[in-house]
Ligand binder design. Structure first.
Ligand SMILES: *Cc1c(COP(=O)(O)O)cnc(C)c1O
Length: 458
């Protein structure tokens, strides 16, 4: 039956305006994290403070692993280092069974230092030096080739090295989402990916072990993953037909959305983000329908980053002051700046008081402590009145913030991990003046600055 015509309409989203459900009128306090009082954490480790919950990391990882391994028989996660490469955090994932996924020589060395065997490191990204590649070849790491120049470098290295490089190509493609990330890897639709595969197969100097894609980040629908899995499976089957060669894995990268809410979104991320089960359904269905021999299925690799770690991270802070802006609107200044909370630029992070407060809420803009106009943590959030010295807790900050943070105006704070027994460990110490100045050098002619002490002259 033909559906009745509904006139399309466009409405401007204004942050802080009521949704069709009205305002949410309660802001619950967060007084403790995994049983540890927030007040105690700040007293002992300072403010601001990043707190990670080992329990949440493990619980969410196991949910994700379960969702995929019950739908597809061979699944391997690789932890995306750039999402959070604090050693302690990476090691929790490795203990859970995840390999390492790195995108630079620095991250590669960090994974080795954490004890990840070379052949369990996936090396992605456009920036691999000749030395990086030689090291990865010797360690039998999985090198995901990004462009032809990298392919040629690897080919030239094969004449110097004994080991056969273990390679895959990164493929970009139209999965129905916009923008299409076509700056990484080789394009599927225009035949470039097939050309790269052909060069590798014809060279006979390296082993094509897999096919990789990473279609974007914070992808809010499972469908594009089904399309991507289908296209990579088609490539794998064409390789098998043409050369009788079976690749051993298909890697669908990362990009699952976390439960954070995007700025300007109509509904909260908690209610709209697909579950791991929904992503797993789309991917496994596409792979299984592709007609691989069931006794010889490729391993499904996943490089999930933000969806695994976001919920495990909290950022605690302190109210510095309250004030009224020129238009009468309430502003609250806290000691957490955007240099520590990079993701404030695209998320409406949930912010909570750390103690019970009267339930009266007012539109409030939350500013950080930086002398910069862009230092805004939230605009127009319904928030209760807190006094200077009171504490706040920002939720879901586990992804990208402790890798993209900047030392700017102030030093970066302590990071702690609450373990499974509720014990608190410092996993990255706060920076000091000495941390910064130890890297600086003053040329001899600038050692004396010659400003005399004016108080002496008086
Ligand atoms: C960043 C990145 C990931 C992780 O992405 P998320 O969006 O955090 O899941 C995975 N693979 C590659 C190649 C990446 O660059």
């Amino acid at each position: 039956m033909k559906k009745p015509y509904v006139k399309p309409s466009i409405s401007k989203i204004v942050e802080g305006m009521p949704s069709k459900f009205g305002f949410r009128e309660v802001v619950d306090p967060i007084t403790e994290i995994d049983g540890i009082p927030v007040e105690k954490l700040i007293k002992e480790y300072g403010s601001p403070l990043f707190v990670f919950s080992e329990r949440t990391i493990r619980v969410v990882y196991r949910q994700a692993y379960m969702a995929f391994s019950t739908r597809y028989p061979k699944v391997q996660f690789a932890w995306s280092y750039k999402t959070n490469y604090l050693d302690a955090v990476c090691r929790v994932y490795h203990q859970e069974g995840a390999w390492a996924e790195v995108v630079s020589g620095f991250e590669y060395d960090k994974a080795l230092r954490n004890g990840v065997p070379g052949d369990k490191i996936i090396f992605n990204g456009p920036d691999k030096t000749r030395e990086d590649l030689a090291k990865a070849i010797k360690n039998r790491s999985l090198i995901h080739i990004d462009h032809f120049d990298e392919l040629y470098t690897i080919l030239s290295l094969t004449s110097e090295l004994e080991e056969r490089p273990q390679v895959a190509i990164r493929v970009n493609m139209d999965t129905g989402i916009y923008p299409q990330w076509d700056r990484f890897g080789f394009n599927y639709e225009n035949g470039e990916a097939w050309t790269a595969i052909t060069r590798i197969m014809m060279s006979d100097k390296m082993d094509l072990v897999g096919l990789h894609t990473h279609i974007g980040t914070y992808i809010m629908s499972p469908k594009p993953y089904g399309v991507a899995a289908h296209k990579l499976a088609q490539l794998a089957k064409q390789i098998e037909e043409k050369w009788g060669h079976r690749i051993s894995y298909i890697d669908l990268g990362g990009g699952f959305a976390s439960k954070n809410t995007l700025r300007g979104a109509y509904l909260s991320g908690k209610d709209t983000t697909p579950s791991f089960e929904q992503y797993a359904d789309a991917i496994s269905q596409a792979l299984i329908e592709s007609g691989f021999d069931s006794y010889n299925l490729p391993v499904l690799f996943l490089e999930t980053g933000r969806a695994l770690i976001d919920d495990a991270g909290y950022l605690l802070g302190t109210v510095i002051a309250n004030k009224r802006l020129a238009d009468g609107k309430r502003a609250m200044i806290i000691d957490i700046g955007v240099n520590l909370l990079f993701t404030a630029f695209w998320y409406e992070h949930e912010i909570h008081p750390a103690k019970d407060v009267p339930p009266y809420l007012e539109d409030t803009t939350v500013y950080g402590p930086l002398c910069m106009n862009i230092d805004v943590i939230r605009t127009n959030v319904k928030f209760p009145m807190l006094e200077p010295g009171d504490h706040v807790v920002i939720k879901r900050v586990g992804a990208y913030n402790t890798t993209q943070w900047l030392q700017f105006i102030n030093m970066r704070p302590n990071v702690v991990l609450i373990d499974m027994e509720g014990k608190v460990h410092v996993i990255r110490e706060r920076e000091t003046l000495e941390t910064i100045t130890s890297l600086e050098k003053v040329p001899d002619h600038l050692k004396e600055i010659g400003l005399s002490d004016t108080t002496e002259n008086n």
